[in-house]
Design a protein around this ligand. Structure first.
Ligand SMILES: [Zn+2]
Length: 109
């Protein structure tokens, strides 16, 4: 196993990314798979900012890896961004409330 995965190698999070394909080592779905998302949300439930920072670093690595695998495929960056960073915003109630509140403030000013 590479050093990249050591931090993730805990019994509570067996659905780890397989680089450079960024597929789940356990279930083969694009990482983060459903089980990985559930585990990440549980682990970072009190610190969504850290979760987003972690996923942002994964996104950065994934873009590099996937670009090297498919240098001619330039149309999927938005999809990769949503895959890594879109779902926590949709799943986290406090983040959603904060975002909605800030949007309301922008609209009323
Ligand atoms: Zn999985």
């Amino acid at each position: 196993m590479s050093s990249d995965g050591d931090r993730l190698a805990t019994p509570s999070r067996p659905h780890l990314p397989m680089r450079p394909l960024w597929l789940c080592r356990r279930c083969g779905h694009p990482w983060p798979c459903g089980a990985a998302k559930v585990a990440l949300l549980a682990e970072y439930r009190d610190n969504v900012v850290s979760l987003c920072l972690y996923l942002a670093s994964c996104l950065h690595d994934a873009i590099d890896d996937l670009h090297q695998l498919r240098p001619n495929d330039t149309g999927s960056t938005a999809g990769v961004f949503d895959r890594f960073l879109g779902w926590p915003a949709r799943h986290n109630r406090s983040y959603r409330l904060a975002t909605t509140a800030s949007l309301d403030e922008e609209e009323s000013s």
